[in-house]
Design a binder for this molecule. Structure first.
Ligand SMILES: Cc1cc2nc3c(=O)[nH]c(=O)nc-3n(C[C@H](O)[C@H](O)[C@H](O)COP(=O)(O)O)c2cc1C
Length: 359
């Protein structure tokens, strides 16, 4: 018998909260139970089959007969608790198709809207007179301004094929190591760390990586591919699963026909190597956000529409990308394709009109 390696203990007088952060369970222990647990932590071999408390610990999963393989984490305990504790969140029910998703989403919105909206500004913040800013100079409209204005999240894609040329541009400008910057190196840059992307990167480490989810791209078989930024090349990782894309993205079936998407992952071991503190964990998400925005802007400039999500079925995604239980973790998904530009799928729109007309 061993102590579940995925628990932490919080003092909450008069009890102790034992938190199984992997399985999303919490237990409150009184002094008798916490004392017994302390003894078992000290000597797990003292587990006693005839002791009621010990058996309750087993049923609760606080003690476990399984010998867990230590996962290759690559970072410290605090970041591990947060990351694993926010993974594979138990979902009461994952919608199985777009109609179910639409009903589910409408009910969720109705529930949220039934509670008071938070104040738009925090009351404690001192308010002073507004300083009016001059009119932003968006004119004459140059390409960047046009792209920034046109970028929007769409939820109705046609499924139309994306060309390999467009995909190549998209990958190079959002994730590739820019050949144009190869000579832009000064003495502050350590040897072997000069690769630069169009997006900034925490510590210049380029800890984020990208995996493509391809459904309809000219010249590429459907499947999952790893992007190699130095060579600006792809390698095949896995075929697509039988279930639709929405199943991997917490039931958001309205994007099932997206021709191409990018899972952005982070190499936690790289960040930890340079920054031995959980704070740098925050930077992994900031970096993924930069890359996601760049991807969206390049796609928009190419005349494509975009969509994004952080709602991943983590374990399934990791398995598909071939990075399960490793120090590389998927953080975000961003995708593009042709669309009529609608922010709402037609099933949700129909439901909304229907419910509206019955009120
Ligand atoms: C961190 C983040 C997570 C998001 N997750 C989702 C998502 O799971 N599903 C979705 O349809 N849109 C998602 N969005 C898109 C937002 O809903 C969208 O950006 C917002 O409604 C504003 O619309 P716009 O992007 O067209 O300006 C996400 C956006 C961000 C920045």
């Amino acid at each position: 018998m061993q102590i579940n390696p995925y628990i932490f203990i919080l003092p909450r007088s008069p009890g102790q909260i034992v938190w199984d952060y992997k399985n999303h369970k919490q237990f409150e222990l009184n002094l008798e139970y916490s004392t017994r647990l302390a003894h078992l932590i000290d000597k797990p071999e003292k587990f006693d089959n005839n002791n009621t408390i010990d058996n309750q610990f087993v049923s609760a999963g606080i003690l476990t007969p399984l010998m867990h393989e230590p996962i290759e984490w690559g970072w410290d305990e605090l970041s591990k608790i947060f990351h694993i504790g926010t993974k594979n969140i138990p979902c009461e029910y994952v919608p199985q198709d777009i109609n179910e998703w639409s009903r589910h989403y409408m009910d969720h919105c109705a529930e949220v809207l039934a509670t008071p909206t938070p104040e738009s500004s925090l009351t404690e913040r001192p308010t002073s007179a507004r300083i009016t800013l001059p009119q932003p100079s968006c004119f004459p409209v140059n390409a960047l301004v046009k792209t920034l204005i046109e970028r929007k999240t769409c939820r109705t894609f046609t499924g139309e094929r994306v060309s390999l040329d467009d995909l190549s541009t998209l990958l190079y400008l959002s994730l590739g190591y820019l050949r144009e910057r190869e000579n832009d190196i000064d003495e502050t840059i350590a040897e072997g760390h000069g690769a630069r992307r169009s997006s900034p990167s925490g510590g210049g480490l380029n800890a984020c990586e990208g995996f493509l989810h391809v459904q309809n791209v000219s010249g590429l078989n459907p499947g999952l591919y790893a992007y190699h930024p130095t060579e600006h090349a792809l390698s095949f990782v896995n075929p697509l699963p039988d279930s639709p894309l929405g199943q991997l993205l917490c039931g958001q079936h309205f994007i099932n026909n997206l021709p191409v998407g990018l899972f952005i992952t982070a190499r936690f071991d790289k960040l930890w190597w340079k920054y031995e503190h959980s704070r740098a964990y925050r930077m992994a998400y900031v970096e993924a956000g930069h890359i996601s925005q760049t991807f969206q802007l390049v796609a928009t400039a190419l005349g494509l529409n975009t969509w994004l999500t952080g709602a991943l079925a983590d374990d399934q995604v990791e398995t598909l990308l071939g990075i399960e239980d490793s120090a590389e973790q998927p953080l975000f998904f961003v995708a593009c394709g042709q669309s009529d530009g609608q922010a709402m799928c037609k099933e949700l729109k129909a439901l909304l009109n229907n419910r509206g007309s019955h009120q």
